[in-house]
Design a protein around this ligand. Structure first.
Ligand SMILES: [Zn+2]
Ligand SMILES: [Zn+2]
Ligand SMILES: [Zn+2]
Length: 105
């Protein structure tokens, strides 16, 4: 955890506020936004613990989401449901959405 010089302060304050769900990242169990859109197509987000790479911690090391919950915005750990890469670094053009999965017509 060398990235934050003020990590202890950040934790004491509950962490950064997630712009998606409005919760303090380190106080919430996880994010409430279930999906992403890419070019008009809906994809379910990958929850913490469902990544290809299994993380040893009960909480996401980046955004603090608990196992089985969604990551918060711009989490380093969240996997892209399309390419399997890092969601914030891939080229799939994903946008977060709180829409439920659209019904299959
Ligand atoms: Zn969130
Ligand atoms: Zn995360
Ligand atoms: Zn991708």
């Amino acid at each position: 955890m060398e990235r934050y010089h003020d990590l202890n302060e950040l934790i004491a304050d509950g962490g950064a506020t997630c712009k998606l769900c409005g919760q303090k990242m380190l106080r919430a169990d996880g994010c409430t936004w279930p999906g992403v859109y890419s070019r008009g197509v809906y994809y379910k987000r990958i929850r913490y613990g469902e990544e290809e790479f299994s993380w040893p911690d009960e909480h996401c090391p980046d955004c603090g989401a608990k196992l089985g919950h969604f990551h918060h915005i711009n989490c380093d750990v969240e996997e892209c449901p399309i390419c399997g890469g890092q969601l914030i670094g891939c080229d799939c053009g994903l946008e977060y959405t709180d829409d439920a999965e659209p019904p299959i017509s």
